[in-house]
Design a protein around this ligand. Sequence first.
Ligand SMILES: NC(=O)c1ccc[n+]([C@@H]2O[C@H](COP(=O)([O-])OP(=O)(O)OC[C@H]3O[C@@H](n4cnc5c(N)ncnc54)[C@H](O)[C@@H]3O)[C@@H](O)[C@H]2O)c1
Ligand SMILES: O=P(O)(O)OC[C@@H](O)[C@@H](O)[C@H](O)[C@H](O)CO
Length: 378
Amino acid sequence: MLAVHFGAGNIGRGFIGSLLSAAGYQVCFVDVNTEVVQLLNEKKEYRVVLASENTEEIVVKDVHAINSLSNPEAVIEAITNADLITTAVGPNILKIISDLIASGLRERVDLDRKPLNIIACENMIGGSEFLKENIYEKLNAEEQKRFDQLFAFPNAAVDRIVPNQTNEDKLMVSVEPFYEWVVDRSAMIGEMPTIEGITFVDDLKPFIERKLFTVNTGHAAAAYVGYRAGFKTIKDAMDNETVYQTVKETLVETGSVLVKQYGFSKEEHQKYIDKILGRFTNPYINDEIPRVARGPLRKLGPNDRLISPAKQYFDVLNGEPEHLATTIAAALQYDYLQDEEAVILQEKVKTQGYKETLKEVSGLSEGHPLIDLVLSKI
Ligand SMILES: NC(=O)c1ccc[n+]([C@@H]2O[C@H](COP(=O)([O-])OP(=O)(O)OC[C@H]3O[C@@H](n4cnc5c(N)ncnc54)[C@H](O)[C@@H]3O)[C@@H](O)[C@H]2O)c1
Ligand SMILES: O=P(O)(O)OC[C@@H](O)[C@@H](O)[C@H](O)[C@H](O)CO
């Protein structure tokens, strides 16, 4: 069995590749990072080390890689032979890889190969669906019909904190022990794969919103509020009482929305939050704030981890999400110079001010009460 996985980065190697390999897949990574591709082809294996007291180690074997920039034909061929395609490249890169995936799938149609699932493992709502839209834009109506019969794009939610790596062994990945991978079974095609560690569900929405609006909202709060307070890592930010309280209260707000929207039990959800707060303070993980805060324009988008739960708080609870507003204000002020989106964001703030910038990036309409609430926290 062959799995073609786009993105041999932190989560690609540290989570998806590792689980797929354990399930018996030969994993072919596709990436644009020449060094990582070369090393994977040289060593054919890499280490995943658990960031915990007992540093358990797994060796992921039988892997190889293709550089999609220098060898796109090999990627197309790998797609024709694949039993599964996954991605973990970042939401902004999905559009870029959609060209090559479309070419590979076209070739697969010509060769009359079996049905195939393509799963985007990105932190976004409807990631696989978004990839599908980008692929389908390139097809005519006839091709779209044929693709519908052969390919499926089930959405997924993936959860494992994998910080940026600074190991001497360039392929080794240090990961937290916890992980969760949930896939929308109702959108799959063909034979169901058996992959230990994947939970298949019929309705992904509660799972992806619970993950994005708890793990990622809390992470964003720690990162943006922590950065504003001068901290460099998530752990250091969380060790500060004021930041910790803001993160906790932010999760109380998103939790109220999630419990109301999806009927999660309050007690179970509180346990979920507590577990996440513990994960953010894992002493064996050194997660720098710029990784977690990366892409503030994306994170301030209408359907992402900050604006969406804050809007829902107004809509379903008729209240004011004070702590989400604090986090959004800190995100708007995020000015880390090595983050391209932070630089663009601050240029917008400089030319049009906080209010117009917030409206533009969040899609909030004039007069939405969240705007004034956020402005009051700057
Ligand atoms: N790291 C985590 O804790 C974590 C957890 C859950 C989900 N995610 C999600 O997984 C995705 C990847 O995150 P990450 O932390 O692994 O990032 P990363 O930067 O470590 O990995 C991304 C990889 O994609 C590669 N890439 C870039 N352009 C490419 C292209 N055109 N074709 C093929 N590969 C390309 C990069 O070279 C890099 O190796 C994101 O959507 C992120 O939100 C990350
Ligand atoms: O990957 P991003 O930029 O969407 O978000 C940064 C982190 O919050 C994220 O990578 C988490 O570590 C991960 O989602 C945990 O499952």
